[in-house]
Design a protein around this ligand. Structure first.
Ligand code: FMN
Length: 401
């Protein structure tokens, strides 16, 4: 999710394609992100999904005709003037043709000529229709008008055809919308983000790890991508899908994380290390499963390599940002870590505090700066915390060449 969508007026255009049902979920995600959504449906879209569903979920009347009974305002003009973003999902071949040709013969096409806000068009149709030269030409025309096109997925379509034409999942469309709404302040920058825990093998079936979910790091990777950065994400084992348009490297152990990060670090301008890397690992992991016995067992551990410290030493002009998850004395522990590892900023959070910590969707962070300043934040979603962090980094980056 992206807090740049919060409070914005979004118009969702729905046309008569089989994927119209997916726009219900898109509407739900948009309203969950805090957008005020108004829906315009074509007459044919109403054959696939009832306007009542969109009305109930958006809390607004759905526009299906230019000529609404008892409507004093000229709705398509009113809505167009107060729109921050228009998205058409799914966009039929017919609708795309009308947009490209400047035809205004129903509520949606008329509105689309009047709107000046950014427009996101998500084509979805049978593969042969999608690949037809006239549709491709019309899409090119829309691109030329500055519309943002979300390419359809390839796969098995509802009509049985295999090929491109399927409407991408609503979560994917949301990321594209977020990228349109967010500022482009990290364009041209490469950000390396680490996330998740590591696993240190005791034997082939057991390991030492921690409860890091990777949610904070993934939120930062998504937010950085939305703001125009090229993003590399190195993640330990987590149960999260790859963020859209991010190069994801999955690793398991601290050593693998070290090797991967050190190899990729040269390409980055900014490194943000949220991963909860194990400080110790068993000295000699057993080759086979250790059997239970009556005897007491002592596990000998050795230190893993300190990735953050190594990066801090070699950082040159890069900005390096660390995270400190502590159970007590946050300020002292975080500022010590910031100095010891030569960081530009450290994000501290108290594990166990309300709304803060590993697996949840919210976090309560404090930013600690090299000059000793501390900036405590309220509890907020990890997505919002990610953007707040990027706002701070954007301010730092202006002072760093
Ligand atoms: C079952 C069914 C599924 C359809 N699916 C699509 C589709 O996915 N994409 C598309 O461009 N047209 C599809 N069509 C054709 C459109 O409904 C038709 O071109 C219609 O004129 C589009 O109207 P609209 O653009 O005003 O909504 C489908 C038609 C039917 C009967």
């Amino acid at each position: 999710m992206c807090h740049f969508i919060e409070g914005k007026n979004v118009t969702l255009g729905v046309t008569g394609g089989i994927a119209a049902y997916k726009s219900i979920e898109l509407l739900r995600l948009l309203t969950k992100a805090g957008a005020r959504v108004r829906v315009i449906m074509t007459e044919n879209a109403c054959w696939f999904v009832g306007p009542g569903t969109f009305q109930a979920l958006s809390g607004q009347p759905v526009c299906t005709s230019v000529f609404e009974e008892g409507d004093a305002a000229i709705r398509h003009i009113d809505w167009a003037q107060s729109t921050d973003l228009a998205v058409i999902a799914p966009a039929t071949a017919n609708c795309i043709g009308k947009l490209a040709g400047g035809i205004a013969d129903d509520a949606l096409s008329t509105y689309m000529l009047a709107v000046t806000a950014p427009v996101v068009v998500c084509p979805a149709m049978n593969t042969n229709m999608y690949q037809h030269p006239s549709v491709q030409r019309n899409l090119e025309i829309l691109r030329g008008y500055g519309n943002i096109l979300v390419d359809p997925d390839a796969g098995q379509l509802a009509c049985g055809t295999v090929g491109p034409g399927r409407l991408p999942e609503p979560e994917f469309i949301m990321e594209k919308i977020a990228a349109v709404m967010a500022p482009d302040d990290f364009a041209g920058r490469t950000i390396l983000v680490t996330a998740g825990p590591t696993r240190e093998a005791i034997d082939p079936v057991r390991f030492i790890s921690n409860p890091s979910s990777g949610k904070m790091g993934f939120a930062i990777a998504r937010a950085a991508r939305q703001r125009g950065a090229t993003v590399i994400l190195v993640s330990g084992p987590v149960d999260l899908p790859d963020p859209v348009d991010v190069a994801v490297h999955r690793v398991t152990s601290a050593q693998e994380m070290h090797d991967c990060v050190l190899q990729l670090f040269g390409d980055a301008d900014i490194v943000i290390k949220t991963a909860a890397v194990s400080d110790y690992r068993p000295s000699s992991p057993a080759e086979h499963k250790i059997k239970k016995s009556a005897a007491k067992m002592t596990l000998e551990v050795e230190k893993t390599r300190d990735i953050l410290a190594e990066i801090g030493q070699q950082k040159g002009k890069r900005l390096v940002i660390g995270f400190a998850a502590e159970t007590r004395d946050l300020k002292n522990n975080a500022t010590q870590k910031l100095k010891a590892k030569n960081l530009d900023l450290i994000v501290g959070n108290l594990i166990g505090a309300a709304g803060s910590g590993f697996a949840g969707d919210t976090n309560r962070v404090t930013f600690f700066y090299p000059d000793g300043m501390a900036e405590p934040m309220e509890v907020m979603t990890k997505d919002k915390a990610a953007h707040c962090l990027l706002d701070r980094i954007a301010a730092l980056k202006t002072t760093v060449p």
